[in-house]
Design a protein around this ligand. Structure first.
Ligand SMILES: [Zn+2]
Ligand SMILES: [Zn+2]
Length: 391
């Protein structure tokens, strides 16, 4: 089959690779219909995530058709149109039983790196380096999904492919960001980053009762989408002082909930992080992630407010204002998405019409054009929010 392979920093190629096969009785093989780029892929492409190997297939947000299943898969049938949550749960461990699927004990078959770097191993992620399980990604004609009964969800009739594909990743990540904010009616919610996840976080904040939502970015098309599609007010951080603006907008109090939908930023950090796999803890003492958004959120958030972090961080940060966070009695919530917990609810919102993620899809390209698609996405050219590939 054809697949988009990572071959080094900024080196993506469409190559011929062997078709995936059933390896375990709970596996399913999905024929990929749509597969989206994600901002977190830029960290891989830029070389900021260690343990990538030449030939690794990337992509983790996808929709497709079940074409083969192992003997222990009971909830799915051949021909089902499904989305797959991008972070893999086993469905059986203590964390999965507590609906903390991204903390699954069993889905990462290569736990050594994470155990060394993080103290514990978290869930495997499709197409996201060997530290996160070494799973082949979805920018391919076919993909193997482990624990398919836990991770694949049939798409309801009334939901289109273009809506459903984002329920794999962007929608549950944004929704969980709002959920972790513990938003109360009347709250003001500020969201840093108006890409796909940020857009869904803004929309979700309104669904959970926020009175005002403020989106922060610098790209005019993303700010426009935040206003037009998500109903948010917006701030351009290249033009205004965010602290001054947020305090002025909230009568000096600051937002009740601050959401980070940016993360480590692919254009920052030490290139030495590529050595992480070999040098482990020693290299981990470097600052690997740029905490500009975190620092700003801590400054801006109202006293006693909540910071919800879904932007991806990988290693260590420097100059973290712990004094401000402690004395302001801030609550920190964070994590990779537990999509399996939310998919049913999200499809219901989409069917009712109060959430329509399809506008995130600004470009639909053939898989063969994926390297150019990522270049456009990275440069945010042509008002690109997300490119989706159709193999
Ligand atoms: Zn993602
Ligand atoms: Zn599990």
């Amino acid at each position: 089959m054809r697949a988009l392979c990572w071959n080094g920093v900024n080196d993506l190629r469409v190559e011929r690779v062997p078709d995936p096969t059933i390896l375990a009785p709970q596996d399913a093989i999905i024929k990929v219909g749509l597969s989206s780029v994600c901002g977190s892929d830029l960290h891989l492409i830029g070389g900021y995530v260690p343990t990538m190997r030449a030939g690794d297939i990337i992509g983790h947000e996808f929709l497709g058709e079940v074409v083969e299943k192992g003997p222990e898969v009971t909830r799915l049938n051949r021909g089902d149109r499904v989305i797959t949550v991008s972070i893999i749960g086993c469905g059986k461990c203590w964390h999965c039983e507590h609906e903390e699927f991204s903390l699954c004990d069993n889905s990462n078959p290569q736990p050594a790196f994470e155990e060394m770097a993080y103290g514990h191993c978290t869930a495997g992620i499709f197409g996201y380096s060997h530290a996160f399980g070494g799973y082949a990604g979805s920018h391919a004609e076919y993909i193997r999904v482990p624990f398919a009964d836990t991770n694949c969800f049939r798409v309801p009739e009334g939901v289109t492919d273009e809506q459903a594909v984002f329920v794999s990743d962007a929608v549950p990540t944004g929704y969980m960001a709002a959920d972790m904010g513990n938003i109360k009616p009347g709250d003001v919610v500020a969201v840093w980053g108006c890409g796909g996840v940020g857009q869904m976080a803004m929309k979700s904040a309104f669904l959970m009762g926020a009175e005002r939502v403020i989106g922060i970015d610098r790209f005019p098309d993303r700010l426009r989408a935040a206003q037009m599609k998500a109903g948010a007010e917006t701030l351009d951080y290249s033009r205004v002082d965010i602290y001054d603006a947020l305090l002025a907008m909230t009568g000096g109090r600051g937002p009740d909930v601050c959401i980070d939908a940016v993360g480590m930023e692919a254009d920052s950090g030490a290139s030495a992080i590529e050595d992480l796999y070999d040098r482990g803890k020693q290299v981990l003492r470097l600052e690997s992630d740029r905490p500009a958004v975190l620092r700003q959120m801590i400054q801006c958030c109202r006293k006693g407010g909540t910071l919800s972090i879904v932007g991806v961080y990988g290693g260590l940060i420097d100059k973290f204002p712990m004094g401000a966070a402690m004395n302001k009695a801030l609550t920190f919530r964070m994590g990779q998405q537990h999509g399996q917990r939310y998919v049913k609810r999200l499809f219901e919102h989409i069917e009712k019409g109060d959430l329509d993620p399809a506008y995130l899809l600004t470009h639909k390209w053939a898989l063969d054009d994926a390297p150019q698609g990522y270049r456009m996405f990275k440069e945010k050219a042509d008002d690109c929010m997300r490119v989706v590939f159709a193999p």
